[in-house]
Design a binder for this molecule. Structure first.
Ligand code: WT7
Length: 629
């Protein structure tokens, strides 16, 4: 691939990287180009199926695609049981370190045993195939065990990020109609304790479907335990019902594995649904090739399991590959900005996968912190969540990777389940570009009419081929699934991002074109923030926008109209910020709230956020013909 001279700032793969790679990546591109279904089927054959599929892809009812039709499998079997029957039985599946520095590790054998025990506990509480179980905790091993236990018995897990708060949790419990909630008593966050159980108690007052609450003791702080509803995880796990083995549910390839809520254009967060078969094949294959997973690798995805990145690349992808996954509970800079570098040295991490916001946050503390540590175990680096600015890319490449670790900038979404645009180690890199679509995927950038735009022109990013880990629907809302993703252009999946492709075919993501704001890589909807604001007694109307921020990428700015009888004050503004934090979560707290007399609206009454944004940035607001006043 290096035969062609590429334009711009290019980093060609070094010989040691090419020599090490477990696949000749050009061969993968060529094979998948000719026969993408054959490509995915060949990868699927590396995994265990109780019954093999009879059709790779069924597209007879678009956009409700089905993959590996007729196949029977279970992702938890492939994550654990498949390995405990081999030399990997005693290999470390998970290494975990707590914020305070304590550490636990689990071999594949131990992780399977703990999962079985917990699956038995869930069964004893009446959890059956298809039931929903919500998990709400910090980055602790029990989260992984809980997810895998659900998968084992065919229950559908719904993980709610531990940084969300009362209303966000309530909405998700209610929408999923979860029978069981698994919650930690609290979570450590920068030396402080987030009272997760207390937040859950408040959410549970509004959520009727939950019959049992299992509480994992993490902090040991006193909490309320409601008799008949709340039970300690550690007490149940030692009961005779929690046997060391638990039979595995044979799942149809298309049976749901999990739902994960994410923010969309309008209204409430929606639950994206993923399946056992296709999602398994997608995460297994993409991790293997993009991060060039080898038997002795220690892979660290520093995301939170509460987001898709953690689902796919802390839990499922690494375990499917029989790799060792590393999980760290705390913040990158607590207590000092060398926390991460310390652990890379301590555990000999080979691959670090994180977000630009974290890189920028660490970069501002300078080179001395990483330079104190031996980072020579690192072989590959990764980035995800938002475009990485070239300055942060170069710092990551030079100071962390010592110019020997290529950076895999992976573009994907909760909906895609797996990497979509990403290099592999053999692909020449350009800082800020995710390079090109993964083998087997056809993507494009199109104009309003759905026609491909010219090189370097901005347009809508779309996906033209189905892929195994694609979302199957939105839970309880198949119409929204069709409308949101498949109705603008027939046969093309609309990503919600704008992008351009350069003269070498490299993709450059520009940003969201809908009402989604990416704050520190977290995805939030303007609607969630606005509805939290208007739930406060003083607020009549509210609008939220994202404005550029040095570290966070985007920061939330809100405009609020007060109800009659309320007057503007710094105290009220602070109260509103806290209110959003309490309802949605600390990540959603607005950077700035401005009290205004009116908001720009269309004649049909829709708030024109783009006008607010242009005004805040001092830019030309563009076409105002639909503006009412
Ligand atoms: C949105 C999806 C899936 C991982 C975490 C985010 C943005 C994601 C990149 C990247 C530029 C990126 C897009 C996308 N995004 N990765 N490498 N470069 N932008 O998942 O929360 O569902 O957000 O994140 O805007 O649409 P998510």
């Amino acid at each position: 691939m290096s035969e062609k001279q590429l334009s711009g700032e290019v980093y060609y793969p070094k010989q040691h990287v090419l020599d090490h790679a477990n696949a000749k990546c050009q061969t993968l591109y060529d094979f998948a180009q000719k026969d993408y279904q054959g490509f995915w089927a060949k990868e699927a054959e590396n995994l265990h199926w109780f019954t093999k599929w009879n059709k790779v892809l069924d597209d007879s009812n678009k956009p409700f695609y089905k993959w590996f039709v007729g196949g029977k499998t279970n992702i938890a079997y492939n994550c654990l049981d498949a390995h405990t029957q081999t030399f990997r039985r005693n290999k470390l599946a998970l290494i975990w370190e707590g914020e305070k520095g304590e550490s636990h590790s689990y071999s594949y054998f131990a992780l399977r045993r703990e999962t079985c025990r917990f699956a038995n506990v869930l069964k004893s509480l009446g959890v059956k195939k298809g039931d929903r179980v919500t998990l709400y905790m910090g980055r602790i091993p029990e989260l992984m065990i809980g997810m895998l236990a659900c998968a084992r018995i065919g229950a559908i897990h719904s993980v709610v990020y531990g940084g969300f708060s009362v209303e966000a949790l309530h909405e998700r419990l209610e929408d999923s109609q979860s029978k069981v909630l698994i919650v930690a008593d609290g979570a450590y966050q920068r030396g402080k304790i987030v009272p997760l159980k207390q937040i859950a108690d408040e959410a549970l007052q509004r959520a009727a479907s939950v019959e049992s609450v299992l509480v994992v003791k993490r902090t040991g702080e006193p909490i309320n335990m409601e008799a008949g509803r709340d039970m300690w995880y550690h007490e149940l796990m030692v009961l005779p019902i929690a046997g060391n083995t638990c039979s595995i549910e044979e799942m149809d390839a298309e049976d749901p594995l999990f739902m994960l809520y994410t923010s969309g254009t309008t209204g409430k967060p929606k639950a994206i649904l993923h399946t056992h078969g296709g999602y398994m094949v997608g995460t297994y294959t993409t991790l293997k090739y993009v991060f060039d997973i080898h038997e002795d690798d220690r892979f660290w995805c520093a995301a939170d399991p509460g987001w898709i990145t953690g689902h796919s690349y802390i839990v499922y992808g690494p375990l499917l590959n029989g790799a060792t996954s590393f999980m760290y509970e705390g913040a990158p800079t607590h207590p000092y900005p060398n926390r991460w570098w310390q652990m890379i040295e301590k555990y000999g991490i080979n691959i670090l996968y994180t977000a630009p916001t974290a890189i920028r946050g660490l970069m501002r503390f300078g080179d001395a912190w990483p330079n104190r540590h031996d980072l020579s175990s690192l072989r590959l680096l990764g980035s995800v969540g938002e475009p990485i600015n070239p300055e942060a890319w170069r710092w990551y490449y030079k100071t962390i990777g010592k110019e020997k670790c290529p950076i895999m900038d992976t573009w994907w979404q909760t909906e895609t389940g797996m990497f979509m645009i990403s290099p592999m180690p053999c692909v020449p890199l350009k800082p800020g570009s995710g390079t090109k679509p993964f083998p087997g995927l056809e993507m494009d950038i199109v104009d309003e009419e759905g026609k491909s735009v010219k090189p370097n022109e901005e347009g809508f990013l779309v996906i033209k081929t189905p892929w195994p880990a694609m979302l199957r629907t939105i839970w309880n809302d198949p119409d929204r699934y069709v409308n949101q993703y498949w109705s603008k252009y027939p046969g093309m999946y609309l990503t919600g991002d704008s992008a351009r492709k350069d003269e070498d075919g490299y993709y450059w993501i520009i940003g969201r074109v809908d009402d989604v704001i990416k704050v520190s890589g977290y995805r939030l909807g303007t609607a969630e923030i606005e509805s939290a604001l208007v739930s406060h007694p003083s607020v009549a109307e509210a609008a939220a926008i994202g404005l550029p921020h040095d570290i966070k990428g985007n920061a939330i700015h809100c405009f609020v109209i007060l109800k009659a009888g309320f007057t503007k004050s710094d105290k009220l503004i602070e109260e509103l910020r806290q209110h959003v934090g309490h309802e949605v979560g600390p990540i959603a707290k607005p950077e700035l709230i401005e009290i205004v007399e009116s908001l720009p609206k269309t004649r049909s009454g829709k708030i024109m956020r783009r006008v607010l944004k242009a005004r805040a940035l001092g830019l030309d607001p563009g076409n105002l013909s639909t503006l009412e006043e």
